[in-house]
Write a protein that binds this ligand. Structure first.
Ligand SMILES: NC(=O)c1ccc[n+]([C@@H]2O[C@H](COP(=O)([O-])OP(=O)(O)OC[C@H]3O[C@@H](n4cnc5c(N)ncnc54)[C@H](OP(=O)(O)O)[C@@H]3O)[C@@H](O)[C@H]2O)c1
Length: 360
């Protein structure tokens, strides 16, 4: 067997812990190994929050802190606490890829010090502050084919971009999208306070996350346009945070170039889910959001919520686990990228990369 991809995790919060856990819970990700974690928190809290998770439940294994790291299912993972990337131990670590999961480094200027300090490559868990801040942005299953060995900083986009781009792409290729409006209903995040408090440049994020539906700024339209540039200027988006711990939804409203009806849209999505079963799913069950907790798909299309007005105006509801789905996409993109810079291509992602690069 070829050697595994050696990754380090920077920032061990919601996404960092989900990435580790997704790796440990998976039966087909032996090709990735976590060799270090960098996180400001103390070891005891890190072990505790890996073992016990209010959203994803008790970790199905054993996590302990030891003198300089975490012991997960008997495997030792060294932990560092360097807030400044230039002071990280990157040069002395034998690893291939940093999974940047802190969200604290949104620009190239902030990410470059990791590279200068010895990180071979970085996969970022957010879109960054713009396309120019990274070498490439991937929505897994859409454009993995553009990954290459020369790139140093790659973004895995956002959870919402991963959920909506495959759906918009399908609508566009099947029926033509003239314009679309996207509304994200997103669960709370750690950048909101429990009760009102000074917090953010976005004034509404100072308000209690548990008490209100809170409209927040979103870069989703720009994120979609980065993936589907021919739709530039035709996408708008807004987002609200809702007082639940996890799982989000996007309402997609699209003006279509060709007429359709709900049955034709159902057929389109069911067929797409058949082709990419790990990324897309459809449901005809009367679900509520909690049912998608710990669901690894990028998007689940609610077939019972498809509406078409006047033949060319479609309205959809798309569910996604913003934590678990995205953590799994981080690992998928890591595997797909590794296929370009190591001699260890993952067979499934290599196949997806080939499909996406051929434009099929
Ligand atoms: N949560 C989601 O649903 C979701 C989905 C997709 C993408 N993302 C993106 O993923 C990123 C992280 O989100 P999250 O929800 O996981 O946030 P989080 O729970 O707040 O986790 C971030 C972790 O990084 C740590 N950190 C802060 N500065 C650091 C530094 N300089 N070096 C190393 N670690 C540092 C934080 O410690 P302190 O708490 O001490 O600052 C915290 O433990 C964000 O960019 C977010 O947009 C999140």
């Amino acid at each position: 067997m070829s050697s595994p991809l050696r990754v380090a995790i920077n920032g061990y919060g919601r996404i960092g812990r989900c990435v580790l856990r997704a790796l440990m819970e998976s039966h087909d990700r032996d090709s990735i190994k976590v060799v270090a974690i960098n996180e400001p928190a103390d070891l005891e809290s890190m072990a505790y929050l890996t073992q016990y998770d209010s959203t994803h439940g008790v970790f199905p294994g054993r996590v302990q802190a030891f003198d300089h790291g975490l012991r997960v299912n008997g495997e030792d993972i060294p932990v560092f606490h360097a807030a400044d990337p230039a002071r990280g131990p990157w040069k002395s670590l034998d690893f291939d890829l940093l999974l940047e999961c802190s969200g604290a480094f949104g620009t190239r200027a902030k990410l470059q010090p990791f590279i200068d300090a010895g990180c071979p490559r970085i996969l970022v868990s957010n879109p960054g502050h713009g396309a120019a801040e990274v070498d490439y942005t991937v929505v897994h299953g859409i454009n993995d084919g553009g990954l290459n060995a020369d790139q140093r900083i790659v973004s895995a986009a956002s959870c919402t971009t991963n959920a909506v781009v495959p759906v918009l792409d399908l609508l566009d290729r099947g029926l033509g999208v003239r314009s679309a409006f996207l509304t994200t209903l997103h669960s709370v995040m750690n950048d909101q306070p429990m009760i009102d408090g000074y917090h953010h440049t976005d004034l509404r994020r100072t308000r209690s996350a548990m008490q209100s539906i809170v409209p927040v700024a979103t870069g989703l339209a720009q994120g979609v346009e980065r993936m589907l540039p021919h739709l530039a200027g035709r996408i708008q988006a807004k987002a609200v945070r809702v007082p639940i711990l996890n799982v989000s939804a996007i309402e997609v409203s699209a003006n279509l170039a060709r007429p359709t009806d709900p049955q034709a849209l159902k057929t389109l999505f069911i067929e797409a889910a058949r082709i990419q079963p790990n990324l897309l799913a459809c449901t005809d069950q009367p679900h509520a959001s909690i049912d998608f907790n710990h669901d690894a798909h990028s998007a689940v299309i609610d077939l019972g919520q498809i509406r078409v007005n006047n033949g060319d105006f479609a309205n959809l509801l798309v569910w996604f686990d913003n934590e678990w789905g995205f953590a799994n996409r981080m690992l998928d993109v890591a595997q797909a990228w590794a296929g370009q810079f190591s001699d260890n291509p993952d067979p499934v992602t290599a196949e997806i990369a080939q499909i996406s690069s051929s434009g099929a």
